[in-house]
Design a protein around this ligand. Structure first.
Ligand code: HEM
Length: 488
């Protein structure tokens, strides 16, 4: 491979085929983003990796990411979803994996206008503050149960807050504790299934056999989610029929989608029950684990960097005074909190690799990306590159005070926790508010410390790819994954 690259300088100008590294199946084991980053150090920021019979073009630098997510985005934003997504036929209606055509556009528009537009987010402000208060109340009750602090699973608490918020925004209903618990376990398992290295993805010819049973297990989980949403659809339809159009509308996402299903006028895309339940399921999957894991990583970093924690708490106290929780209007006045969040997303991107499909053959930096190949942007590699970030493995929020201009809205290709281009995170406007509100409030309200065991032996900060359910013993379970909270 190296010879092929060196030889390029003696040959007429490209395009040349990309260097190909063959049969690297072990890449798909434990931490593929780290394995791919190591390979990129050797083979360059644009390389081809063959896994089974599938070809993956991997970009690992800001400039190659820009080529894929901006310059050639129109041709390189197809989707090639993991086989797991086809469980229960979910992929056919899923905004997370649909190719960027009519149905995908209609669903994105629906989310953008009805949930995440500035106006709608403003309307949802009281709900957001309500769930932030409930988050603090839950941790507070746990903290009060034992003197000297009680264990709190930050991930679970933040997860609960996010699903409560979405449930309220979609169905105008409070979520029961049992349903929250069920959703937590189902979403985590679904994410694991999508991440599980699956023979069906590397050898599509045998996908129908579902050798590892991944699709079958995913189908069970998806159907469980659909049942919950079907119940909401059924009850709301009943109310609407009873009142013959005169019912007091909630004007939540469900009302809007049911209106659309009756009018059938969204660019010829039919919004039916299948679409409604797939869209709601996707939002739960995409929103809850990403946000709660980010909060957990942030706290884990802060607990190991007491000076940063102290500065953050002082900053927040100076702005909030005795006010219990961070509100939207405070965020602008809390640059250090914003820097802590950016640094957390840089070190621990919730989605370490972005994945697309080439819908046409394109030339990138003298290389050819063939139509049909899988295209990956290794966000983790970019975020940990010494060419881009000084001391890339160190938690240093101050770097974002020095470089305030670096944002995560998809324009700075060195920081891509929410992606960029057509598929940029749909929920980014919401996450951008909820992360500072939740993290800032937790840090302001409580004194945090590590449990004794963790303090003595240190915290293993290595991320895991899939959970222990699938045989990886390094998974940190929620129950172990606790920090001690006591009221400030
Ligand atoms: C810390 C929080 C979050 C992070 C780090 C995050 C990150 C991402 C990333 C990296 C993508 C993929 C972009 C791509 O493929 O190019 C994505 C897509 C998506 N996210 Fe988020 N996300 C977060 C929160 C949310 C929330 C709160 C919601 C909704 C309530 C959401 C909904 C979505 C949806 C629907 C997509 C699919 C977009 C598409 O394919 O067109 N995300 N997110």
């Amino acid at each position: 491979v190296q010879l092929l690259k060196d030889a390029r300088s003696h040959l007429p100008p490209g395009p040349w085929p990309l260097p190909v590294i063959g049969n690297v199946l072990q890449i798909s084991r434990k931490l593929p983003h780290r394995s791919m980053a190591c390979l990129a150090e050797r083979y360059g920021p644009l390389m081809t990796v063959r896994l089974g019979t599938s070809l993956f073009v991997v970009a690992s630098s800001p400039s190659t990411a820009r080529e894929i997510l901006q310059t050639h985005n129109a041709s390189l934003s197809g989707r090639s979803p993991a086989d797991a997504w086809s469980g229960a036929g979910h992929g056919a209606n899923s905004v997370l994996v649909l190719p960027p055509r009519r149905k995908w556009r209609a669903l994105r528009r629906l989310g953008t206008v009805r949930l995440f537009s500035p106006g709608r987010l403003e309307e949802l402000r009281p709900l957001r503050q309500q769930v932030a208060r409930e988050l603090l109340r839950d941790v507070s009750e746990a903290a009060a149960s034992r003197s000297g602090g009680a264990p709190a699973s930050v991930q679970r608490a933040a997860f609960t807050a996010m699903v409560r918020l979405l449930w309220l925004a979609m169905f105008s209903e409070e979520l029961s504790e049992a349903t929250t618990r069920g959703l937590h376990d189902s979403v985590r398992e679904a994410v694991d299934l999508v991440m599980t290295p699956n023979v069906s993805d590397f050898f599509p010819a045998v996908a129908a056999l579902d050798i590892q049973g991944v699709r079958r297990r995913m189908a069970t989980l998806i159907k469980r989610g659909y049942q919950l949403i079907d119940h909401q659809i059924y009850c709301r339809r009943h109310v609407r029929e009873e009142s013959r159009g005169g019912h007091a509308r909630s004007d939540d996402l469900l009302d809007v989608m049911l209106d659309m299903s009756e009018q059938d006028d969204d660019g010829g895309v039919t919004i039916n029950r299948d679409v409604i339940r797939a869209f709601c399921t996707d939002l739960f999957i995409a929103a809850s684990d990403t946000t709660s894991n980010t909060i957990e990583w942030a706290l884990a970093e802060l607990l190991q960097n007491p000076e940063t924690m102290r500065r953050l708490q002082e900053d927040i106290r100076a702005v909030l005074g005795s006010k219990p929780e961070v509100e939207d209007s405070d965020i602008e006045r809390l640059p250090y909190l914003q820097a802590v969040i950016k640094e957390t997303l840089r070190l621990h991107p919730a989605v370490p690799m972005l994945s697309y499909k080439a819908e046409a053959t394109v030339q990138v930096q003298g290389y050819t990306i063939p139509e049909g190949s899988n295209v990956v942007v290794n966000v983790w590699a970019i975020h940990h590159s010494a060419d881009v970030w000084p001391e890339p493995f160190k938690f240093m929020p101050e770097r974002f005070l020095m470089h305030k201009e670096i944002e995560y809205f998809g324009r700075n290709f060195e920081l891509l926790p929410f992606g960029s281009g057509r598929h940029i995170c749909l929920g980014l406007p919401l996450a951008n508010r909820m992360l500072p509100v939740m993290l800032g409030s937790l840090v302001h309200q409580f004194e945090w410390k590590l449990p004794d065991g963790a303090r003595r032996s240190g915290v293993d900060m290595t991320e895991v790819w899939v959970s222990a359910v699938y045989g990886n013993p390094t998974q940190r379970h929620c129950e172990e994954d606790v920090s001690l909270a006591s009221k400030n």
